[in-house]
Structure formats: C-alpha cells, structure tokens
Design a protein. Structure first.
Length: 50
C-alpha cells in the first residue's frame, strides 16, 4: 500500500516537473520586448479557446 502511494507521488512529481518546464519555456517566449501578438502564451490560449 505504501509503495503504491509512493509511485503515485513520483508520478505527480514528474507531471509537475513537466508542467514547470513547459511554463518556463512559454514565459521565456513572452518577454516584455515583444508585442502581445507575438507572445506564445497568448497564441496558445487563443488556440485553446477555439
């Protein structure tokens, strides 16, 4: 039972690390020197809303 919980925690940690990497990548593509239309975060959110 404990091993099962440990595996689940490990899976969740891996998921969160992956999400962190994706968010860091998106953040770096939207620095303040770019126009909003060139921001990858806004592009992705726009795509999701369609």
């Amino acid at each position: 039972m404990v091993d099962e919980h440990l595996r689940e925690v490990d899976r969740q940690i891996a998921d969160m690390q992956s999400l962190r990497q994706q968010l860091s990548s998106l953040r770096s593509s939207c620095d303040s020197a770019r126009e909003a239309k060139d921001c990858e975060i806004l592009k992705q959110l726009n795509e999701l809303s369609r």
